[in-house]
Design a protein around this ligand. Structure first.
Ligand code: NAD
Length: 457
């Protein structure tokens, strides 16, 4: 993921830096242009991660082979509360990817107004080539190596790509073995429901994405589309976030016309049953081959004529080289970092709004927060209560982002004047998209709390 993509979007060659940490920094630096009141030192503190742990550890894998693995845990910022963020198992995990994902968690928690900072973890491994026992040992050894770097009030992991409720059960069990006699359930979220997990957590990322989309549409974000009912939807990635999104959007009347996984994509203009696609993936390993659909490539899926495109796989899927091909009327980012800054500029110029990851997929961390609260209180709420609370939070956050965009775009001249007065630059400010609005809202919230607490000592 550190590659440089060469592309020819509009006759001109663009060299795009796809390092996710550089992308996260570029997004932050863009946002800070609209917040001239914050001093350079504070800005530097906000962009850099507080702590990066790199650990190398061996396990004896199936067949008796000793193999070494590299794991990362990055704590980006804790001004608003303990670190919070998932653990990813993937062969392409890098320190910079985890740094970027941790920073996005800080801004996401701030957009949602949940009292957490940002963190993320990852282990370089290919779960497709490992057994369940291997994965359990990797998890236990990784968590043991992290020791007290994680904890219910310091840094709280959760699931991400290729990790599940079962992985979180192993995380909890390992930590609990190391800290006997305490209520350790709040050390990790996304646990199985019968051991302290929250009802609704498994679906929360996708349900939050649906709520955000519905609310933004009801506020007139896309001309002539005021709900998802009847909307055609294409979903890239068919794991936790993507498959559940497809099912929840379909329940609300959307027509799922295309979905994909790492092996390819499927398409049917009249729509197909997302539950059948999931069953097909479970029995064959891929959505490809679902009867009644035709196989297409992931690139073709991204360029389909549809109302809503939901990227729900990995970073850097919509880039300078393919953003111009996107024909969706709205993009709702269930994945983290699927759209590069150059692609954002192209989509904004084309008038395609993007509900950004730090808002659209924040349902997951929001219900993780509810799980943490339930664990601390030794309570379990029913699913309706969780979903109702999630709806209110998503609507409020979506309102805040849409309102911030309107407010900033209506006061560019004042902000430019303030920048000049404070010697922060003379360059003209452009109108902002929804990602920048979410960033500006989040950075301001984190900066204000940092200043109110006082720079220590
Ligand atoms: P997952 O492992 O359950 O699913 C990932 C899916 O993406 C799989 O179907 C895989 O086949 C597919 N995929 C991988 N590479 C692909 C490619 N090149 N093209 C198409 N599909 C591809 O992971 P997940 O938990 O669903 O996470 C997906 C995204 O959502 C990630 O960006 C993650 O950070 C983000 N996210 C997840 C959560 C959560 O609670 N699980 C919360 C917020 C954000």
């Amino acid at each position: 993921m550190n590659a440089i993509a060469t592309a020819t979007p509009v006759a001109e060659t663009i060299q795009e830096d796809l390092n996710p940490f550089h992308i996260a920094q570029e997004q932050f630096e863009q946002a800070i242009r609209y917040l001239p009141e914050y001093q350079e030192g504070l800005v530097e503190y906000l962009v850099r991660p507080e702590r990066v742990i790199i650990t190398e550890f061996p396990i004896t894998t199936h067949g008796g082979h000793v193999r070494n693995f590299t794991g990362y845990r990055v704590l980006h910022n804790r001004a608003r509360g303990p670190g919070k963020g998932g653990i990813r198992y993937h062969p392409d995990v890098t320190a910079d990817e985890v740094r970027a994902l941790a920073a996005w968690m800080t801004w996401k928690c701030a957009v949602m107004n949940v009292p957490f900072g940002g963190a993320k973890g990852g282990v370089i491994c290919d779960p497709k080539k490992l057994t369940k026992d291997d994965l359990r040992m990797i998890t236990r050894r990784f968590i043991a190596e992290l020791g007290d770097a994680i904890g219910p009030h310091t840094d709280i992991p959760a699931p991400d790509v290729n990790t599940s409720a079962e992985t979180m059960a192993w995380v909890f069990d390992t930590y609990a073995m190391m800290h006997p006699g305490l209520n350790n359930t709040p050390v990790v979220t996304g646990k199985p429901v019968d051991m302290g997990g929250s009802y609704g957590r498994n679906e929360a990322t996708s349900r939050g994405c649906l709520f955000c989309t519905q609310h933004a549409l009801s506020r007139g974000l896309v001309d002539g589309m005021d709900s998802v009912d009847g909307a055609t939807v294409a979903v890239q990635g068919y794991g936790n976030a993507g498959s559940i999104a497809a099912m929840l959007y379909a329940e609300q009347g959307a027509v799922i016309i295309a979905v994909s996984d790492s092996r390819g994509a499927i398409f049917c203009a009249e729509g197909f049953d997302p539950v059948a696609a999931l069953e097909h993936k479970k029995s064959t390993g891929s959505v490809v081959g679902l009867p009644g659909t035709e196989a297409i490539s992931n690139e073709e899926l991204l360029a389909l004529e549809c109302d809503i495109l939901i990227p729900a796989a990995l970073e850097n899927q919509i880039r300078a080289d393919n953003a111009d091909d996107v024909k969706a009327r709205l993009i709702a980012e269930a994945a983290n970092g699927p759209t590069t800054p150059a692609a954002d500029r192209i989509l904004f110029a084309k008038g395609i709004p993007v509900l950004p990851d730090i808002l659209a997929n924040a349902g997951g961390v929001t219900v993780s927060y509810y799980e943490w609260v339930q664990n601390i209180e030794n309570e379990q709420w029913d699913e309706d209560e969780v979903n109702h609370k999630l709806l209110r939070k998503m609507n409020r956050a979506t309102d805040s982002v849409l309102d911030t965009q309107k407010k900033v775009n209506g006061s560019l001249a004042e902000i430019e004047g303030e920048r000049r007065k404070l010697g922060r630059g003379e360059d003209p400010l452009e109108k902002i998209d929804l990602r920048m609005a979410a960033y500006i809202l989040a950075v301001r919230r984190v900066a204000e709390v940092t200043l109110r607490r006082g720079i220590w000592p």
